[in-house]
Design a protein around this ligand. Structure first.
Ligand SMILES: [Zn+2]
Length: 157
């Protein structure tokens, strides 16, 4: 058995907890996405919330509500992407597969479609309609093409 990875100690932080740019980024956990690089961010600039698919799940809305209400962010940018793992299989089908192996089907109903653009549009719609969020006037979204590195808007342009 290999040893579990161990983190390195880091330097003490003198940064404030609220992000300097008052920005929260929602993106996928995909290992090819570097949100700091996409926005030329430094440490302390933004909250980065990640899950499988950059989806507006209840826990993402909870995290964004905390980001805005407790830690002063005012803007949300969602970065979806091409070739996302969540588009390989319907979420309910995935839950069913796991259930066949474990004996219990997990409740993994998520707001996603089979396409990054329509999923992003749905995510933006859900965030803009979420009363838990204090600031909903600056919510935007992009689809990152992981092969080319290019970004396009929710309508594909
Ligand atoms: Zn993904």
């Amino acid at each position: 058995m290999t040893e579990p990875l161990r983190p390195h100690a880091t330097h003490p932080s003198e940064l404030d907890s609220p992000p300097a740019l008052k920005l929260a980024i929602l993106t996928c956990m995909d290992a090819r996405i570097n949100p700091w690089d996409l926005f030329h961010l430094g440490l302390g600039d933004a909250h980065v919330i990640r899950n499988a698919g950059a989806l507006a799940t209840p826990d993402v809305i909870r995290s964004l509500a905390a980001s805005q209400r407790l830690l002063e962010t005012e803007e949300i940018v969602v970065i979806a992407h091409t070739d996302c793992g969540i588009h390989q299989i319907a979420p309910t089908e995935f839950a069913k597969q796991v259930g066949e192996e474990t004996g219990e089907v997990p409740d993994w109903t998520v707001p996603a479609t089979g396409d990054p653009y329509t999923t992003l549009a749905l995510t933006l719609e859900l965030l803009r309609a979420a009363p838990e969020l204090k600031h909903r006037d600056k919510i935007s979204g992009w689809v990152l093409d992981v092969q080319s590195g290019e970004l396009s808007g929710p309508d594909g342009d």
